[in-house]
Design a protein around this ligand. Structure first.
Ligand code: SF4
Length: 281
């Protein structure tokens, strides 16, 4: 697609991040976006390289701080498409505080977390979503604490859109990201994106065999909060699909009258800095 840059990814062959990124690029194109109106903010980690591999405006943020940067971009330019991407280590550990507050602000952007349940870039340490018995070099007997449930964290923080996909189920993954982009508000998608080098538990085969697609559960209504809660807190099964979607969601910039008129910048803002911003946009 137009969203592919000319940089060759340095991800390990077979890494789930390839599929995650392909789905993101296709979903952006399908929803009528192009590189000129799209801003990708990435975190740190293997997943964080995505801003280089996608052709759009992009910023490689600080570890765990991609969401505040995305929020700033969207507040300055509500008319452009903002997509924030990161990993489970980046987003649910050092970035967990930002995650909660971005969710409750309901800024109109899409947050894609490439969840491989391990720190890949630093060579295989337990992450917030690793299983409690997952053995790594730094946790030889496992982390001995239950993993974070990012979907439950989002629900408890007042999310308006919660979904989960699997990078290898290309079409479903793309559809789910599309729905997140089209949602009026904060579209959160946790994407199972296997690390083929350091995680031999949460593998392609594991997700292929165990994931239940909510599309096949005919009675699941994403607009039903109680139904969403049931699916998200189900400790027996893992699901893909849109778990929760508040159809009455009003994004932050609409609720609070943030406009795209740059002349609204308050008096006293450092003039040279603002000139830079204007030039950039
Ligand atoms: Fe992907 Fe894991 Fe390799 Fe990182 S270390 S590029 S997450 S396979």
């Amino acid at each position: 697609t137009d969203f592919k840059s000319d940089k060759q990814p340095t991800w390990c062959p077979g890494c789930g991040d390839f599929g995650t990124m392909n789905g993101m690029m296709k979903a952006l194109a399908e929803t009528g976006n192009d590189p000129d109106n799209t801003f990708v903010v990435a975190g740190i980690g293997c997943s964080g390289k995505i801003g280089t591999y996608m052709h759009s405006y992009a910023l490689h943020g600080v570890h765990g701080r991609a969401l505040p940067v995305g929020t700033g971009v969207k507040m300055a330019r509500p008319d452009i498409e903002v997509m924030v991407a990161g990993g489970d280590g980046d987003g649910y550990s050092i970035g967990a505080g930002h995650f909660v507050h971005a969710v409750r602000r309901n800024v109109d952007m899409t947050y894609v977390v490439m969840d491989n349940r391990i720190y890949g870039l630093t060579k295989g340490q337990a992450s917030p979503t690793s299983r409690s018995d997952f053995e790594t070099s730094t946790t030889p007997e496992g982390p001995k604490q239950p993993p974070v449930n990012p979907l439950a964290l989002a629900l408890a923080s007042g999310a308006s859109f919660i979904a989960q996909s699997f990078s290898s189920d290309a079409l479903r993954h793309q559809e789910i990201i599309q729905e997140a982009i089209e949602h009026d508000g904060f579209g959160f998608v946790n994407v199972f994106s296997p690390c083929v080098t350091f995680n031999d538990v949460d593998t392609y085969d594991y997700f292929r065999d165990s994931l239940v697609d909510l599309q096949e559960e005919e009675d699941h209504d994403p607009d039903d909060y109680e139904a969403a809660k049931e699916v998200i807190l189900d400790s027996e099964k893992e699901y893909q699909g849109v778990m929760y979607k508040n159809e009455d969601s009003v994004p932050y910039h609409e609720k609070h009258g943030v406009t795209e008129d740059m002349s609204d910048i308050p008096d006293g803002a450092p003039e040279d800095a603002m000139d830079l911003v204007r030039e950039f946009y």
